[in-house]
Design a binder for this molecule. Structure first.
Ligand code: FPP
Length: 241
């Protein structure tokens, strides 16, 4: 089976830098280059959706200098790359709360979304100030508000309606979630959306992640037997039980 949506937890920038005696921010700078390279590769490989976890609701707890540096890198990235990405068919969408972002970060992100709005080969969701729990809560709040206003019968809330209130509304769930840097956790990424995603963890640190690593992950994905809670295609009919 071919993947249409790949989501990536881009971890290991800090370790990449520290291992070379460089400031952590240099790891994030190289991580931003990796994000650009992988967005282009995703498009070339025919992925329709790529979601990159750039900044979590928990990342605000990092030292202020690192947070400021990360946002400065992201702002530079969006300002410099949006038009080039649009030209090759990549649409940028930001997902996340974004309430706590500076006015200039919000402006650059809105501009990147506007500039790339008509590109239609690959949607790159950049998760900024994003948390899976935040996403579920904001959806629940919106549904509760509609119910309280009498516009919605609570019994009519099903998975489809709930998903339509999430920040990824209208997009398929990720087929594959990749985590670089070797840790085996979801870290509050797409909690609802990854219910049936295949997970792929690689020890490769994010700044070292190349299009070949992405191809390797996709090849591994294509060998997986996705059952979504049902029986394996192989075991139906009595073989291979
Ligand atoms: C985790 O590495 C990475 C982050 C918290 C930031 C990821 C952001 C980028 C790569 C920039 C993305 C930019 C765009 C435009 C999408 P870490 O610092 O937690 O690494 P460590 O676990 O080795 O300390």
């Amino acid at each position: 089976m071919r993947a249409s949506h790949v989501a990536i937890i881009m971890d290991g920038n800090g370790r990449w830098a520290e291992g070379r005696g460089l400031p952590r921010l240099e790891g994030h700078r190289r991580g931003t280059e990796a994000a650009r390279r992988i967005a282009l590769a995703a498009r070339d490989l025919g992925l329709r959706h790529l979601t990159l976890f750039a900044f979590s609701t928990e990342n605000w707890k990092r030292p202020e200098s690192e947070v400021r540096g990360l946002f400065s890198l992201m702002e530079q990235f969006f300002a410099a790359e949006a038009q080039k990405l649009a030209d090759v068919g990549i649409r940028i969408r930001a997902i996340g709360s974004m309430e706590r972002l500076s006015a200039s970060a919000k402006h650059v992100i809105m501009e990147a979304q506007r500039i790339t709005a008509h590109a239609s080969d690959t949607v790159v969701n950049v998760a900024i100030d994003y948390g899976g729990r935040w996403d579920i809560l904001q959806a629940a709040r919106r549904l509760a508000t509609e119910a309280a206003q009498g516009k919605l019968d609570p019994n009519g809330i099903d998975e489809e309606l709930f998903a339509s209130m999430l920040s990824t509304a209208g997009q398929p769930d990720p087929d594959l979630v990749i985590r670089t840097g070797g840790d085996m956790r979801l870290s509050n990424f797409l909690l609802w959306q990854s219910a049936y995603s295949e997970l792929y963890v690689t020890p490769v640190l994010w700044p070292d992640f190349t299009p070949d690593h992405l191809k390797e992950a996709l090849a591994e994905y294509s060998r997986r037997d996705r059952r979504f809670g049902a029986l394996s295609g192989k075991s139906i009919g009595g073989e291979d039980r």
